[in-house]
Ligand binder design. Structure first.
Ligand SMILES: C[S@@+](CC[C@H](N)C(=O)[O-])C[C@H]1O[C@@H](n2cnc3c(N)ncnc32)[C@H](O)[C@@H]1O
Length: 368
């Protein structure tokens, strides 16, 4: 499987789209607002650029794609008023893999700009120039020293490829407590290669003093196959196994499927930053979010949205469906997700289930 060709979230605005099923990811963006505001305001105050270049890496499509951009521009505009400066020109880069539904973002740009102008109410705002950047962030995607601020949320846990040597990870689609010991090692090696390449590329693309705020789906535990990061995939494994037992999927097909993801611990993130050497860490935070984004804070929910299993299935389907279709074909999808929903509903009625987020704020060191 060529991950960069296959991986993308469900496009469009339909029932199974990422645009309509990404509330957990939006909550993660909200949780990290303070870190972003600190990074952007200290960047702006120290560099005072006339052209401010912001990139969102792994932006996907739907409301989340422009959410961070809107907050960043509003913050800079506020700073400009305080400092009595002219607004900068905003150069906004939206990056994702080529299969992403970029058109969904482009179509919403007009209303996005109108809304932003009305929120900045009556004040002059700098012009915004948007560009879609298709390509893997595990490689160069921008010219040297062309960016001031890089943001990425819920994207860097995706690896550039399925690690090599997972042939003996039979009966699993990810790391699990019963995976042979070479499996977590192979995943960790791939993560180290990918994340250090990501840092090296961004170090070339960011100006000195440029900032990055990265939120990665991660874990607190030292154990890479701990339940807090692997359970969500383990439950999908159970659904796939059931399909194998019914003869709907061949065993070899399941055995040869592995999720190209690694959910690092905070120290695994920090170690790579330190080893690569171009960035210093200004802060690192861990946050948690319930799997079910529609938890108790929502009042009048329809019956289906009160069902955590239903919500989490829709969220996971929007994320994993293209990968699953490319390996197993489309015919099994409805049945697979119906089973997954049953398993999730049962599990979530008995256990507290949470995603763990690792957010790191970085500053590009000067070149000596
Ligand atoms: C779960 S979505 C997150 C989208 C958005 N940032 C949010 O918070 O809602 C992860 C996105 O990362 C993208 N992605 C994964 N690997 C990538 C890579 N190597 N280069 C660029 N984008 C990548 C996926 O295609 C997907 O759109």
């Amino acid at each position: 499987m060529e991950v960069t060709q296959v991986l993308h979230m469900n496009g469009g605005t339909g029932e199974t789209s990422y645009a309509n099923n990404s509330l957990v990811q939006q909550k993660a963006i909200c949780l990290t607002r303070v870190m972003r505001e600190e990074a952007i305001s200290s960047l702006y105050r120290s560099i005072l650029p006339k052209r401010l270049a912001i990139a969102d890496l792994g932006c996907s499509s739907g409301p989340n794609a422009l959410f961070v951009i809107s907050e960043a521009i509003k913050l800079v505009e506020k700073l400009c008023r305080e400092l009595k400066h002219e607004s900068p020109q905003y150069q906004i880069f939206m990056n994702d893999l080529p299969g992403n539904d970029f058109n969904n973002i482009f179509k919403s740009l007009h209303s996005f700009k109108e809304k932003l102008r009305s929120e900045i109410a009556g004040e002059h705002m700098g012009p915004c120039f948007f560009t879609g950047v298709p390509g893997s962030f595990y490689g160069r995607i921008f010219p040297d020293k062309s960016l001031h601020f890089v943001h990425s949320s819920y994207s860097l846990q995706w690896l550039s490829k399925v690690p090599e040597g997972l042939e003996n990870n039979k009966g699993n689609i990810y790391m699990a407590s019963n995976s042979p010991s070479n499996v977590p090692k192979a995943y960790y090696e791939q993560y180290k290669k990918d994340f250090s390449l990501f840092l090296k590329c961004r170090a070339e693309e960011l100006v000195e003093g440029g900032r990055m705020v990265l939120t990665i789906l991660g874990r607190r535990s030292h154990d890479p196959s701990s339940k807090e990061c692997c359970y969500i995939w383990q439950l999908l494994t159970m659904a796939l196994k059931h399909m194998v037992s019914k003869g709907r999927i061949k065993e070899e097909e399941m055995d040869s499927f592995n999720i190209p993801q690694y959910t690092p611990s905070p120290s695994e993130v920090e170690i790579e930053v330190e080893k690569e050497g171009s960035f210093s860490v200004t802060s690192l935070e861990i946050s948690v979010l319930p799997w079910n984004a529609f938890d108790s804070e929502y009042g009048n929910l329809s019956e289906s949205l009160r069902n955590g299993g239903y919500n989490v299935t829709k969220c996971m389907r929007a994320v994993a469906e293209p990968l699953l279709i490319s390996h197993f074909g489309e015919a099994i999808i409805e049945e697979l997700f119906a089973l997954y929903q049953q398993i999730l509903t049962e599990t979530m009625s008995k256990e507290k289930t949470q995603f763990v987020n690792v957010t790191i704020s970085l500053i590009r060191k000067p070149d000596y």
